[in-house]
Design a protein around this ligand. Structure first.
Ligand code: HSE
Length: 428
């Protein structure tokens, strides 16, 4: 019989338990499909005695993930611990140096150290795969590295944090404030231990930077992602956007321009009728545009036991079948250091500002916008109490720089109260 492919799994949380279940329950099918048995030989986790709904007695146990990663009887080290540094990085490096293949779900690790780890894998004849790190069960890494390899990718967009999409959806369909929707997501256990990873856009930014590397043949540049979380989005913004035919999404957008690589993860307005606008709840969506294929839309569960374990197993099965793809779709040494450009591709913007309700206030704001070269498409003042009037402005296409100049100028008019909100309207 063909030699089994032997896994060592570090990290037995939701995803690790899901992988164990798939390997146990689908043993015959996996063998049929890959041509060789897939076995888990040993595992490692913080707590050996925790009930994970799957018995661990038939597996070897290692307290130290580095020891697990370098065991002679492990062919693939499956890293499901998480964290950009610490044990996850140490064990991944140890596995690669020992010539093991590595499958990981760790977006933070790859966003910060992907270039070095990819080079280390290649130097040791290993493969390092990370399908489960981006958009959970959606096989987007495989789509980009393999199925779309004949394209020049022109834009990658995505809603890749289910928690944020859940919060924004509940604000819209339940009329909840941001704080109420956040608390609901917390009660449901959706939030990461550090909620800023979700609502600050960091988790989704990690994912976007990994997709951009594959899409444009560039070294991962997470630090260059322009990050803006969803904490400033109010129920008023959601309602006003809906009234104009838009929905607000935490949207990642990357594109290669003549000036360099643009990567932004920020709340944006998208048409309510578009696939991105229709995306509800904790679901993810990735939209890829290539010069040959046109637009591809992929939608599915971005987290959870089954979907994420499904993605891990996809990588394991590739290795079992002998498919050895480079981490970012081309040799690490050929990935170029991206010149990062602030997102300057012109777009229409939605602005909300609070104006002092007195004669000439609106005219002053319009003047500041005009002097910055920003043209107004639509403007409305809606019902208000007290002495400030909420004003909405939708601009014609403009650059973010021009808009920022206008916002800076508004502070000097003496008629704008607080900081204006400005959200890009993405054409999708
Ligand atoms: N916290 C993420 C999300 C899942 O809400 O989509 C893990 O990346």
């Amino acid at each position: 019989m063909t030699k089994p492919l032997r896994l060592g799994i570090a990290g037995l949380g939701t995803v690790g338990a899901g992988v164990l279940k798939i390997v146990r329950q689908k043993a015959n099918a996996l063998t049929q499909r890959s041509g060789r048995p897939i076995e888990v030989v040993a595992v490692s986790a913080r707590n050996r005695d925790k009930d994970r709904g799957v018995p661990l007695t038939s597996y070897g146990w290692e307290d130290d993930p580095v020891t697990l990663a370098t065991r002679d009887d492990v062919d693939i080290f499956v890293e499901l611990m998480g964290g950009s540094d610490g044990p996850a990085k140490a064990a991944t490096e140890a596995a690669l140096k020992a010539g093991k293949d590595v499958v990981t779900a760790n977006k933070a690790l790859l966003a910060h150290h992907g270039q070095d780890l990819a080079a280390l894998a290649e130097a040791n004849g290993s493969v390092l795969r990370f399908e489960a790190a981006v958009a959970g069960g959606i096989p987007v890494i495989k789509a980009l590295t393999e199925g779309l390899a004949g394209n020049d990718i022109t834009r990658v967009m995505g809603v890749m944090n289910g928690t944020c999409n859940y919060i924004l959806t509940r604000m819209e369909d339940g009329g909840l404030s941001y704080e109420e929707a956040f608390d609901e997501a917390d009660d449901l256990g959706f939030l990461e231990a550090d909620p800023q990873l979700d609502v600050g856009g960091i988790d989704a930014g990690h994912k976007l930077s990994l997709l951009a590397s594959i899409a444009y043949g560039t070294q991962v540049a997470f630090d260059a992602v322009e990050l803006e979380g969803i904490g400033q989005v109010t129920i008023e913004d959601i309602r006003q956007a809906a009234d104009m035919g838009y929905r607000i999404k935490l949207l990642g957008v990357s594109r290669m321009t003549g000036r360099g690589l643009e990567q932004s993860m920020a709340p944006c307005l998208v048409p309510a009728t578009s696939p991105l606008g229709q995306l509800q709840g904790g679901t993810n969506m990735v939209v890829i545009e290539g010069d040959q294929v046109g637009q591809i839309v992929m939608r599915g569960a971005g987290a959870g036991e089954g979907p994420t374990a499904s993605a891990v197993m996809g990588d394991v099965m590739d290795i079992a079948r002998g498919l050895r793809v480079t981490t970012f779709g081309q040799p690490a040494s050929s990935l170029v250091a991206a010149t990062s450009a602030k997102a300057t591709t012109p777009a229409a913007y939605y602005m909300r500002l609070a104006l002092l309700d007195k004669p000439g206030a609106l005219a002053k704001v319009a003047t500041v916008l005009g002097e910055a070269g920003v043209s107004i498409d639509r403007m409305r003042q809606y019902q208000h109490a007290a002495d400030t009037a909420p004003v909405l402005i939708v601009t014609h296409k403009t650059t973010r720089a021009a808009l920022d100049t206008a916002i800076g100028g508004m502070a000097d008019t003496g008629v704008v109260s607080g900081e204006p909100v400005a959200l890009r309207i993405e054409e999708v």
